[in-house]
Each structure stands twice: as C-alpha cells, then as structure tokens.
Design a protein around this ligand. Structure first.
Ligand SMILES: Nc1ncnc2c1ncn2[C@@H]1O[C@H](COP(=O)(O)OP(=O)(O)OP(=O)(O)O)[C@@H](O)[C@H]1O
Ligand SMILES: [Mg+2]
Length: 374
C-alpha cells in the first residue's frame, strides 16, 4: 500500500520531521488530547520567553505555560471551538509582544481529535513598522499644514518686529514705551523661533550616514544638553562598553537625539540626581523592513534618570508633537527623537523604573537600510 500523502515513508525519517519542526521560523506548540506538551520548537520558546528543557515534552501544557495564561487559554480552547480562528492576534501580557497565530486540531485517520497545534509568529516588529507608517502619514499631513501656517505667520511676525523697532527709535525718551516695545520685540522673536522649530521638525530628515562612534555622540550630547539647561548637581554616569561597535548613522542627528533625551532628564531632575547612559550589543535580529534575510546586529542605548518619572496617564502621549507638561516647552523634543530613531530604522521605548525615575531605551541597528528621505 502506498503511504497516504503527508505520512512518513522511509526516505523521510522521524528525525527529519523533528528537525524540520525545531528549525521552522514560526513558533510551533502542539499538545496531546490529554493536555500534555507534544512539540515545542525553538522559536516558540523564544517568543514565549521560556527556556527549553528536555523534560518539558510530556508535561501538562498548563504547567509549562503558567506564565503565559493567555496562550494557555487559547490552546485549551482548541478542543472546544467548533470554528477555529484562522488567523488571530494576541498581545502577550508578560512580554508585551504581539503574536499572530493559527490554531488547528490534530486528527487521526479516523477523524478523532488527538491533539492541537498552535502555529504562531512574533508580529511585534511588524506592528511597530505599521505604527511607524501611520505616524509618518500623520506627520506628513501635519507637516503640510504646519508649513502653510508657518509661512503665513512668518511675514506678519517679521513686520511686527520691524515696526516695533521703528517705534522704539521714535520714542527714545519714554521709558514705558521702551520697556513695552522691548517686550514686543522679544515675544515676536520667540514666536519666530517656534515657527522655525516647527518648520525644522516637519522637514523630512535627510540622513548623512557615516561610521559613528556612539561614545563620541554621547559625549557631545552631554555638553549640548548642558548648554541648554543648567545641570546643577546632577551626576552623569556613562557606561559604554570599550568595544562597542561603531554604527552607520548620521552623527548630527544622533547627537540631537541624545541631547533631547538628556535635556529632558536634566529638566526632570531639577538640579539634583543621577543620569545614566549605558549601552549593550543585542543578538542579531531579523529586519523585516529591509526585506533582508540576514539578521542585523543591534545596539541598545539606555538613558535613565532617577527623577519624578512620567505619570502613567501621559505616557502614551509623550512622543506626540506639541505634547508638553512644561510651561516653556514646545513638546517637540521627543517627537524629534522618535523621528530620528525611525530614520535610523531603530526603535524607542520608555518605561517607569521600579525604583523611581524614567528609562528610555533606544535600539539602533549597527547598519541599517536607511532611506535617504524620511
Ligand atoms: N526624563 C523625563 N522625566 C519625566 N518626564 C519626562 C521625561 N522626558 C520627557 N518627559 C515628559 O514628556 C513630555 C514631552 O517631552 P518633550 O521633550 O517632547 O517636550 P518638552 O520637554 O516638554 O518640550 P521641548 O523638548 O520641546 O522643550 C515632557 O513635557 C515631560 O512631561
Ligand atoms: Mg524636551
């Protein structure tokens, strides 16, 4: 009798099937009808942030997945659902990763259900890229509008400044008028600076990519931040590994990025505290944006402070342009940071430190697939 399609014949050994499943680039998790782990491949362990142990096979899945209750629930549902989801998404509470999954039942030749398989993929990066696209579209629309308004506002502002200057010269003897006109000129100059800042922000970034030492970038950023705001008694600790690989990036933009983060940290600390800048090399990961199959080594930079932290309810707005909690802030600092990180094919995350304060993580590819216009 010839083997039915899909069954094992002599040329394809059981070992081959085992290797095939283990090395698949999607996560595979299969359980038997009585709720034991039958198969769990390398990617599954990695996405679920579990350590592979040979003893896992045969153990109840509820036990192995106890830290991933949402996944456990889906697997358990495989035996009850009459309509299995074809492709669903889920955000893992434990790690924040987004997975896309398909659930299928395993049946024997007589059609009896003997197990279930969860086939899944880490979509976190894909989600980030989509988010980035959305942001870029929003910024492009915002940019057009802002550029139009700025253009309209620039001339009247220049007019106000010039005319106030004329008046100031015509009234040399009135101390009151001199003082008011000085204020008018100062305010007009400030408004003009905001207009220029907005125009600068909405302009697409054109990266001038070269080999950049992050240690140099950080050193320059510290002095630039210090020139913006008095650092006071704030201590700055730099802990970069000696052998940190240089990256392909735009040194000017990267300096701006860290200057903005450090300026915020100094402002949050208000004169006393500790800012720490650290870096570590991450294992290579795949870059779906590049469409490349080769994994790209990444460097993760961390800027932490022990200031008051960012209130939970504003956390998801801090990267939006013009969001600020400061009386004199323009709210563009972090929006610019994000734009620069995106242009470098990197990513940024922010979290509250358990011991108080804020942590910004900037992950940059050692060499990216930089588009020249962003
Ligand atoms: N390290 C930090 N600690 C506490 N809050 C922070 C920190 N970094 C940013 N924030 C919060 O995020 C908001 C947005 O920051 P962002 O740098 O975009 O704008 P800004 O600092 O208010 O103004 P600008 O940078 O344009 O002068 C800040 O107003 C502040 O509330
Ligand atoms: Mg700022």
């Amino acid at each position: 009798m010839s083997p039915k399609p899909g069954s094992i014949d002599a040329t394809v050994t059981t070992e081959f099937y085992r290797d095939l499943v283990w090395t698949l680039r999607n996560g595979v998790l299969a359980v038997t009808r009585d709720g034991r782990i039958a198969v769990m491949n390398e990617v599954a362990y990695r996405i679920l942030a579990l350590t592979p142990r040979t003893t896992d096979i045969g153990r109840p899945f509820a036990e192995i997945l106890k830290d991933q209750p949402d996944v456990s629930r889906i697997v358990a549902g495989a035996f009850e659902l009459s309509h299995l989801p074809n492709r669903a998404e889920l955000r893992l509470k434990s790690t924040g990763k987004v997975i896309g999954y398909t659930l299928s039942q395993v049946r024997d030749p007589r059609g009896r259900i003997t197990g279930a398989t969860l086939f899944f993929k880490d979509l976190t990066r894909v989600e980030q890229l989509e988010e980035r696209e959305r942001l870029r579209d929003r910024l492009a629309a915002l940019g057009e509008m802002a550029a139009a308004i700025a253009h309209e506002v620039k001339n009247p502002l220049a007019g106000i400044e010039v005319m106030a200057g004329v008046l100031k010269r015509q009234l040399p003897d009135s101390e009151d008028a001199q003082s008011i006109l000085r204020d008018i000129i100062k305010e007009a100059k400030m408004a003009n600076a905001i207009v220029l800042e907005v125009l600068d922000f909405v302009r697409p970034i054109r990266l001038q990519v070269e080999r950049v030492s992050l240690a140099d970038v950080v050193r320059d950023a510290i002095s630039m931040a210090e020139s913006h705001i008095a650092r006071g008694q704030v201590q700055v600790q730099v802990a970069l590994p000696e052998d940190l690989a240089p990256i392909q990036g735009d040194p000017h933009q990267l300096r701006q990025l860290f200057t903005n983060l450090l300026t915020n940290a100094f402002e949050a600390l208000g004169g006393t505290g500790l800012v720490r800048i650290a870096a570590k090399q991450l294992p290579p990961e795949e870059e779906p944006s590049a469409g490349a199959e080769t994994p790209v080594p990444m460097i993760q930079m961390e800027v932490t402070d022990d200031g008051p932290g960012i209130p939970e309810d504003v956390m998801d707005r801090i990267f939006s342009p013009f969001f600020t909690t400061k009386p004199q802030g323009s709210g563009l600092g972090l929006a610019i940071v994000r734009k620069i990180v995106d242009a470098h094919d990197g990513r940024i995350d922010v979290s509250a430190r358990p011991e108080g304060g804020t942590r910004f993580g900037v992950t940059l590819p050692v060499s990216g697939s930089h588009e020249l216009f962003r």
